[in-house]
Design a binder for this molecule. Structure first.
Ligand SMILES: *[C@@H]1O[C@H](CO)[C@@H](O)[C@H](O)[C@H]1NC(C)=O
Ligand SMILES: *[C@@H]1O[C@H](CO)[C@@H](O)[C@H](O)[C@H]1NC(C)=O
Ligand SMILES: *[C@@H]1O[C@H](CO)[C@@H](O)[C@H](O)[C@H]1NC(C)=O
Length: 444
């Protein structure tokens, strides 16, 4: 190996180290879903201040266009994604309505609040009815053109999906979207997302795929994995399996390169007694595995090197959600800002503020609970898990992903490794050190 000859090499090494130091904070940031179905939640101004000063959370998504929240995040440097209530979708196919919607809900707050995405509806294909599904992509396009007319080109439009859009996810190489939704809605949506450089949003919950046999597979813990014969890939966690199933399905429609955004994922720290897997240890294992996965740059077996913009569900435990106890316990934080478990979401040097008197938050379910509750027929009628009469209020999908819940083949011979006890930070810094060494080696 040649010794250092040029001082310029020192300079470039220095630049490399500076480069790495600058990008590191960006790789350890994460988004959260800020749901508001609690009567004991702190006021949005306190929430904005807390997230900004005490956590690595750099983006939030809300399930409506709550102006108190949007205003509270002004000048916070935290990205805010908002949601068009499902019931508003048909009216937004009209250009005048769309312009009025932007005038009312976006214009007064942007760009002081960094509005990032407008999510058009929540899991519209999953919950229906057909009228909303039919109007979804047209509404997205009309809203986009209203944004462009205002000069708000930077704000992206997308729409989150439950994994009920997949016909199957096991093995990932054989995944596809459900017929009917694939060419009818998802292909034109992907075309639009590709044109506008926006992400395809999915809500993968390995929590709903849990079984005693595949617990480690769902929790990013060491396990024998799921072998995909067609590709020769052994999947070591269900998150990768689900993401690759989405990727394969997109590829079948001709859009393998559209970015995938994880709009919701999470694991409850408590639940109904029967759900023994809803506990703080599992929630911490899932969330730390997730954070490592989405920020590492490792990607998935079929998407190596890709990072996924990711929003954990949810910021707070929400006492008005239900009916199951699980639903109330998806939060990273108690309403008094106490972390429910510790996974490195807090800035290392910051203590949680002491609990303060909490203002009651009168917000109820957002208006799309008013959307017609019976379906006029559509692919989801085949879906036994979907309870169309239950208003959906920005919760994790109460329905498990249809086919992905089939327990993956898990070999009984599961090895423990010390990796399971390492913290995310340790793993990340070890990985970082390795990358620096690799880069330095390449340059010598
Ligand atoms: C692939 O998926 C289709 C549709 O779900 C199914 O009928 C077929 O059996 C699957 N093939 C394999 C090899 O899993
Ligand atoms: C997606 O967008 C890229 C870049 O704009 C374009 O080159 C490509 O043809 C598009 N793909 C499809 C399938 O439309
Ligand atoms: C569906 O929701 C309705 C209304 O909340 C409820 O009465 C019914 O028991 C639910 N059905 C299932 C299968 O969960």
């Amino acid at each position: 190996m040649a010794p250092f000859k040029h001082s310029s090499l020192d300079t470039s090494l220095t630049l490399f180290f500076i480069f790495f130091i600058i990008i590191i904070p960006a790789t350890t940031s994460i988004g959260v879903n800020y749901g508001t179905l609690g009567d004991n939640l702190p006021p949005p101004t306190q929430v904005a201040h807390f997230l900004k000063t005490n956590t690595i959370i750099d983006r939030i998504r809300i399930f409506d266009v709550n102006t108190d929240i949007i205003k509270s995040f002004a000048n916070s440097n935290i990205l805010v994604s908002v949601t068009v209530p499902n019931g508003d979708i048909p009216s937004l196919t009209n250009q005048r309505n769309a312009r009025r919607w932007i005038d009312t809900n976006i214009k007064p707050f942007y760009p002081a609040t960094k509005i990032h995405y407008i999510c058009v509806g929540t899991e519209v294909l999953h919950w229906g009815p057909q009228n909303l599904v039919d109007n979804l992509v047209p509404a997205m396009k009309v809203l986009r053109s209203a944004l462009v007319k205002e000069g708000f080109d930077e704000i992206k439009i997308s729409s989150p999906h439950s994994l009920g859009i997949l016909l199957s996810s096991d093995p990932p190489s054989n995944a596809s979207f459900r017929p009917g939704w694939d060419v009818g809605t998802l292909a034109p949506m992907l075309q639009f997302l590709n044109e506008t450089k926006a992400g395809f949003m999915v809500n993968p919950y390995t929590y709903f795929g849990w079984s005693p046999a595949n617990a480690n597979f769902c929790l990013f813990k060491p396990n024998a994995g799921l072998f995909d014969k067609a590709t020769g890939i052994t999947y070591t966690n269900q998150f990768d399996q689900l993401m690759d199933a989405v990727h394969v399905s997109m590829k079948k429609l001709g859009f393998p390169d559209v970015e995938i955004v994880v709009a919701e994922t999470g694991w409850p720290s408590g639940g109904d007694p029967a759900n023994v897997h809803a506990n703080p240890a599992n929630a911490a294992a899932y969330i730390s595995g997730l954070m490592k996965k989405v920020s590492s740059g490792d990607g998935t077996p079929l998407m190596p090197g890709r990072k996924f913009e990711t929003y954990i569900f949810a910021l707070f435990n929400e006492n008005l959600k239900g009916p199951s106890l699980d639903e109330k316990n998806f939060g990273l934080f108690q309403p008094n800002f106490t972390p429910v478990y510790n996974v490195g979401i807090m800035h290392a040097s910051v203590e949680a503020p002491s609990p303060s008197p909490l203002a009651a938050n009168a917000e109820g379910p957002s208006s799309y609970a008013d959307a017609p509750s019976s379906s006029s027929g559509g692919p989801w009628d085949d879906a036994p898990f979907f309870n169309k009469t239950t208003p959906f209020t920005g919760s994790p999908s109460q329905a498990p992903p249809l086919s992905s819940t089939a327990a993956p083949t898990v070999n009984a011979n599961v090895h423990d490794s010390s990796l399971g006890t390492m913290t995310t930070n340790m793993v990340l810094s070890a990985r970082f050190a390795l990358k620096v060494i690799l880069v330095v080696t390449l340059f010598m």
